[in-house]
Design a protein around this ligand. Sequence first.
Ligand code: DX5
Ligand code: ZN
Length: 217
Amino acid sequence: MHSQRQIKIAPSLLAADFAHLADEVKKVEKAGCEMLHIDVMDGHFVPNLTVGPAVIRSIRKVTTLPLDVHLMIEAPEKYLKDFAAAGANHLTVHAEACEGHLGRVIEGIRSQGVGCGVSLKPASPLRQLEGFLDQIDMVLLMTVNPGFGGQVFMPEVLPKIEELRKRFSRDIEVDGGINKETAKDALRAGANVLVAGSAIFGKPDARQAIEDLRGYA
Ligand code: DX5
Ligand code: ZN
C-alpha cells in the first residue's frame, strides 16, 4: 500500500553536468523533487571516485533542498563530522563498510544531528541490519552494484524490499537503474524514496521525468 506513504524523489547529481552544478541543482529543485542525492565514492569501497565535503559545502549554498548524502566509502566514521558540517541533512553509510561496528557508526551519525541511513548492496542480506532497524530513519537498498550511474536495475532485489517493508515503516530508498518502469515495481514492493540519475538528468524535461517516476500519467 505505497499510496499511503509519501513518495520522495531524489535526483542523483552523479548524472548532472559537473561544469554547471548550481544550474543543475536549481533545475531539479524547480522541477519539484523532495531531496538531492549526492554520491560520495572513495575508490576503495567502490572502484570510482566522486566528490567530498568541499563540493557539498558549495551545493549547500545554492539550494534549500535536503541533501541526501550516500557514502560509498570505507571507514565512514572518520568523515561523518565533515559531511554534517558541510551541510548534509541525511548521511547514509554502507553496512558492508561497518562490519562489527555498525551500531557505533549509527550513533556517530545521530550525534551529528542528521538523518541516519544504512545501505545494503544487492547481494547483502537484510540480516546485516538486524538489531539496528529501530535506530535508523532510512534503509537504502541498492538496486545495482554501487559505483556507477546508468546501470540496469536488478529485479532480484524486489523480494528484499517486500521483506523489509513488513518490518520497517520508515523510509525505504532504492538506488540504481530507477526509471519509469522500474520505479513502479520498486514502489509496489514497498519502497517510497526513489533515487534517479540518468532518468532525470538524462531527460530534456526534468519536471516531466520526475512526474513519470511518481507514476502520474
Ligand atoms: C550508484 C549511485 C547512484 C547512481 C544512480 O552507485 O549510488 O546514485 O547515481 O544512477 P542511475 O539512476 O543512472 O542508475
Ligand atoms: Zn547513490
